[in-house]
Design a binder for this molecule. Structure first.
Ligand SMILES: [Cu+2]
Length: 97
C-alpha cells in the first residue's frame, strides 16, 4: 500500500449536498453545502479526507447525490444515460503517481 495522501475539497458555491465517490479508492465522502455568511456572502464548507491508492493509475470519482435538479440532473448522467456524472461537472479523475 502506498502512503496515504491528505486532500481538501472546498465546496464554494453550491447550496446542495454532494458526494465524492471513488469506489476503486474506497472513497465515499459527503460534502456539506456552502452557507450564507454576513452580507449574503457565500461561506464555503471545506471537507478534508485521506486516501491511499494501492497502485499508480487514473481513478474515477463522481457525485451520487442527484444534486442537479435545477438542470434536470443533467450533470449526473453520462452520454449513455447512466448515473455516473458528467466529467468536469459531477465527475472527474484522480491520478495517482
Ligand atoms: Cu453533486
Amino acid at each position: 500500500m502506498r502512503p496515504p495522501i491528505n486532500f481538501c475539497l472546498t465546496h464554494h458555491y453550491s447550496q446542495n449536498l454532494h458526494s465524492f465517490d471513488a469506489p476503486d479508492l474506497n472513497l465515499n465522502i459527503i460534502l456539506r453545502p456552502a452557507t450564507t455568511g454576513p452580507g449574503g456572502t457565500t461561506k464555503p464548507f471545506t471537507t478534508e479526507a485521506m486516501f491511499a491508492a494501492s497502485s499508480p493509475g487514473v481513478y474515477r470519482w463522481s457525485c451520487h447525490m442527484l444534486c442537479d435538479g435545477d438542470a434536470k440532473n443533467w450533470s449526473m448522467y453520462d452520454a449513455d444515460g447512466r448515473i455516473v456524472g458528467q466529467v468536469g461537472f459531477m465527475a472527474g479523475t484522480i491520478t495517482a503517481v
